[in-house]
Design a protein around this ligand. Sequence first.
Ligand code: AMP
Length: 212
Amino acid sequence: MKSMIVLLGPPGAGKGTQGEKLQTELGYVRLSTGDMLREAVRNGTELGKLAKTYMDSGALVPNDVIIGLMKDKIQSLGKVPGIIFDGFPRTVEQAEALDKELDVDLALNFDVADEALIERLTQRRSCPNPDCQAVYHLVYNPPKCEGKCDKCGSELYQRDDDKAETVKNRLKTYHEKTQPLVDYYTKAGKICTIPGIGDIDEIFAKVKKAIQ
Ligand code: AMP
């Protein structure tokens, strides 16, 4: 069973959804740099203030900041059955830094075309409760009661970076900075590409097969 897993793919490809399912199924720790940064923004920390300007424009937070954040997090974990990296690494420099910390077993690459991603992200609504963080789609996975989280009842919101203009920038950033990681992990013989379109459970079945 693979235990150090990187989730690759453009924003909105389903990394968070599949990562959460894996976390529940396997008891692995899921580390999402996006969630960590949003928490820092909510708490108004120095990191949060710095990160917000990049996040709101669809750019990446500088490598040294992210690498430092992740290193601290990994070192604070102690012994765990496995780690799912969601949204990290996003640049070759970050991938090289991760390789110095541990051996990645598998990079799961979720493949979705840009047009579908734009539709998914702009229709996405998120739960602001840090202990919940459920995600909905207004058309394909709407909450049972409009505007309210099914799981915890919080008022749903649209992430600032899910607004149309920022989404376009995030995709541009992805193609420039993150897509080269597909090559990086292919060369390392660690990549498994899974189509990220279709039924969530069917995609998850493929994910589970890949980690065997
Ligand atoms: P996510 O929720 O993973 O889509 O991340 C939201 C935003 O946080 C991204 O658009 C970036 O601005 C920032 N971010 C998250 N992870 C990273 C990373 N590994 N490197 C740089 N910036 C990141």
